[in-house]
Design a protein around this ligand. Structure first.
Ligand code: 5AD
Ligand code: SF4
Length: 479
């Protein structure tokens, strides 16, 4: 078995990308031969779990696989190459991967060409690797979050040796630029500005699987965005686990507010989004930059997680409820029409009904435009996993429902307030609800469905909001 579990930090020369390109071309030759012999292309299926960071990594995987000559397939079980880009933030995402792998075992028995690859955050957990080695022997390729760029080499090694290939690194080496990537949308794109996280919120596994925080230098980020703009991209989302601490470890004199101002100057870019913000690092300079940069969208995703100061401290969040509320007030004073969305966890160890009352109080005071609500999921290796007073599931459910009952009517009301007004909407895709409907986004990140031809996709158009539901708006195009 080709096995590489590296503990050390070492530098990867930039020529590494050239090496990988050579593997891509060798695999492409093999895939071309396959096509001649069987009169069909080899097909691939990418399944992505988790956050925008993973979605963006999957665009890089897609870029590499397409360069190798694989064609898209809409059926997982009939594909020749299936890859799961996994998430380990909560247990149910992990269980889904195991469930799917069981199902793929049978599919693989009927398709002798099928290769199965696993990557992403779950693969950085030792217990997961052990389980895959023992129980899921039909998996061919496994790699983690630090060595995505090596996919071509790993595929080639697997073809050459016929053996499973495991390549997991314990920490990152250097930020590799210029991977081939295929964007899901021609007109919008995510751009990584930093990787990893140093915050160690006590419930969260991300710092263990994504490594220490490191920022890309601003020139690489700005060049990438200029390239995207030349390629027709109008909207970019700057991605990082904690964008507000961008630049802290770089030698150059830069922070997130300065970066935003520089991105704002790039011709062709019309909308700038960013995520995720941590309340503890959100500076007055950033609030000012958001107010002054006309391309920065009027939306901020600002997770508060819990309202009780006691729980916030145990979560290691480093702010209080009062500080969070003040921050939202400052942001709203600077950008009055801003939409504020958040993440909330219910059922953290030791959380009582009274603590949840504090969470509900924050919901009432802020009146969020939207929120992702999560039931606390115990993650092995995090400090919270060994805290006393883990809350029984049935008690969590009750509190979770109380949170939703407060939240949903507020979100609904907030959505309703759009009715009768005309907004600029970036038309994104044909709506799932009907072929003559298009789905787009307002600047404030609300989703709207409106009737239009497909040729509107990629354009920013005027849409009047005529109806609303809890999670989306209904609009009519105004010309
Ligand atoms: N359990 C539940 N939710 C979690 N999150 C992170 N870790 C956990 C966990 N162990 C949530 C947080 C974070 C979002 C991305 O996922 O709310 O902001
Ligand atoms: Fe996890 Fe906290 Fe880092 Fe977000 S800031 S990734 S919740 S440790």
């Amino acid at each position: 078995m080709y096995d590489n579990v590296n503990e050390k930090n070492a530098d990867i020369p930039k020529e590494e990308i050239e090496r990988q390109r050579a593997f891509i071309s060798k695999i492409k030759d093999l895939n071309d031969e396959f096509e001649k012999k069987y009169s069909r292309k080899k097909t691939m299926f990418i399944s992505t779990f988790g956050c925008q960071m993973n979605a963006h990594d999957s665009e890089k995987i897609n870029g590499m696989l397409k360069a190798m000559g694989f064609a898209d397939s809409d059926s997982e079980k009939n594909s020749d190459f299936v890859i799961y880009n996994t998430c380990c933030v909560r247990e149910n995402a992990e269980n889904k991967v195991y469930g799917n792998l069981g199902y793929l075992k049978h599919a693989k028995e009927t398709n002798p060409f099928m290769k199965i690859a696993l990557c992403g955050c779950m693969m950085q957990e030792d217990n997961v690797i052990e389980t895959i080695r023992k129980k899921y022997r039909h998996v061919d390729i496994v790699f983690g979050t630090f060595n995505l760029y090596k996919l071509p080499e790993l595929i080639y090694t697997n073809i050459e040796t016929g053996n499973p290939v495991f390549d997991i690194w314990r920490e990152h080496r250097e930020i590799v630029e210029d991977l081939p990537s295929i964007r899901k949308y021609k007109f919008k794109s995510s751009v990584n500005i930093m990787f990893g996280c140093d915050n160690f919120c006590s419930y969260c596994i991300v710092p263990y699987v994504r490594g220490r925080e490191r920022s890309r230098c601003s020139c690489d980020i700005l060049n990438e965005i200029k390239g995207l703009a030349e390629d027709g991209v109008k909207e970019i989302t700057l991605l990082g686990q904690n964008v507000n601490s961008y630049g802290k470890k770089l030698d150059e004199n830069i922070d997130f507010a300065k970066l935003l101002r520089k991105v704002n100057e790039i011709d062709g870019i019309e909308r700038i989004r960013f995520m995720t913000s941590h309340p503890k690092d959100l500076s007055p300079e950033l609030i000012l930059a958001m107010a002054e940069c006309e391309k920065v969208c009027n939306h901020i995703h600002l997770p508060f997680q819990a309202g009780s100061d006691r729980i916030l401290e145990k979560m290691n969040r480093k702010y209080t409820k009062e500080k969070y509320l003040k921050l939202v007030e400052d942001i709203r004073n600077a950008v009055p029409d801003i939409s504020v969305t958040t993440d909330i966890i219910v059922g953290f160890p030791g959380e009582t009904k009274e603590d949840v009352d504090e969470t509900i109080d924050v919901i009432e005071k802020v009146r969020f435009n939207g929120a992702f609500t999560f039931i606390y999921s115990k993650r092995t290796g995090t400090p919270a996993a060994v805290m006393e007073n883990q809350v029984p599931e049935k008690d969590v459910k009750e509190q979770f429902n109380r949170v939703l009952e407060k939240l949903n009517p507020i979100v609904f009301e907030k959505n309703k307030a759009h009715i009768g007004k005309v907004f600029k909407v970036l038309a994104e895709e044909v709506s799932g609800s009907g072929a003559d409907f298009i789905t787009g986004r307002l600047e404030d990140n609300s989703i709207v469905h409106f009737k239009s031809d497909k040729d509107v996709i990629g354009k920013i158009v005027d849409v009047e909001i005529v109806g609303s539901k809890t999670f989306y708006l209904i609009g009519e195009r105004r010309i």
